[in-house]
Design a protein around this ligand. Structure first.
Ligand SMILES: [Zn+2]
Length: 276
């Protein structure tokens, strides 16, 4: 596997066109930081007697009916994200970016901000940013979540002040987190849909790390890279929907290791090639 990986990395490194190294990451990369997956059992919000499936709870429809509850949940997650530490995988990716510079791009499905905190600069957060808000009634403009609003414990309610700060200054409706919910579509402004597909087209290699392919833009990114002759490297602990996509294809490498292990290997290979 390592020989094959070295060979393809060297080939793309010396290519003149379609020579980007793109990384696509998901919840698996934050697991070591103690952040549960949204779909995982631990990730499901339980408050009082209510019990929801993520596909019901994580929707704009649910937010419109229960804005306070969804905000409590978001602020509970905010506290969890802020208390989490970046892990070795995040740091290996930064080292790889330092070697590749503008030929490196990272597309993440995570909204936990850990890649940015670790120091990644060329970052596309396709599921949005939990640290930003926008009007749920469609008024234009994206703002930062006001600094006065703090993360909450699971049983903590919103304060009067929180509620006031979470209302749109234009129309008085609730502001909402600037993230993608299950009943919404990817766009360019929040999700970098077209930018990431263009990147996929120009990628010599797409490394898929800690994500199973359950959402449609990541899958389209992988399909685009394949279509234009790029190679897919699937780094996950088990088979997933991306594996099914590439299984019969020539341009693929499947790695069943932890993300940290695999990223360390990739970093080392690149370091050697850059010094050749
Ligand atoms: Zn508004």
């Amino acid at each position: 596997m390592k020989e094959q990986l070295t060979e393809i990395i060297r080939k793309v490194y010396h290519k003149k066109n379609r020579n980007l190294f793109t990384f696509l990451t998901g919840a698996g990369i934050s697991a070591e930081s103690g952040i549960p997956t949204y779909r995982g059992v631990d990730g499901i919000w339980i408050k009082g007697t209510k019990f929801h499936k993520p596909e019901e709870f994580g929707t704009f429809k649910y937010f419109k009916e229960n804005p306070e509850e969804v905000w409590q949940y978001s602020l509970f997650r905010k506290k969890m994200f802020e208390n989490a530490q970046t892990n070795e995988s995040h740091h290996e990716i930064v080292k790889i970016e330092n070697i590749l510079q503008d030929r490196f791009h990272l597309i993440t499905q995570n909204i936990d901000n850990l890649h940015r905190r670790a120091g990644t600069e060329r970052l596309y957060e396709i599921h949005g940013k939990a640290r930003e808000i926008k009007c749920s009634n469609g008024c234009k403009g994206i703002e930062n979540l006001p600094a006065e609003i703090e993360g909450k414990d699971i049983d903590e309610d919103l304060t009067e002040k929180d509620i006031e700060l979470l209302k749109c200054k234009e129309c008085g409706n609730w502001m909402r987190p600037n993230i993608l919910w299950f009943d919404e579509y990817y766009d360019e402004k929040t999700n970098k849909k077209f930018s990431s597909l263009k990147m996929a087209k120009n990628s010599g290699i797409l490394f898929i790390v800690g994500t199973s392919g359950a959402t449609n833009l990541p899958m389209a990114i992988a399909e685009t890279t394949l279509k234009y002759g790029g190679t897919i490297v699937d780094i996950n602990t088990e088979d997933n929907l991306f594996t099914a996509l590439i299984k019969e294809k020539k341009n693929k490498i499947i790695i069943r290791e932890t993300s940290t292990q695999a990223l360390k290997t990739i970093h080392k290979i690149l370091q050697n090639i850059a010094e050749e």
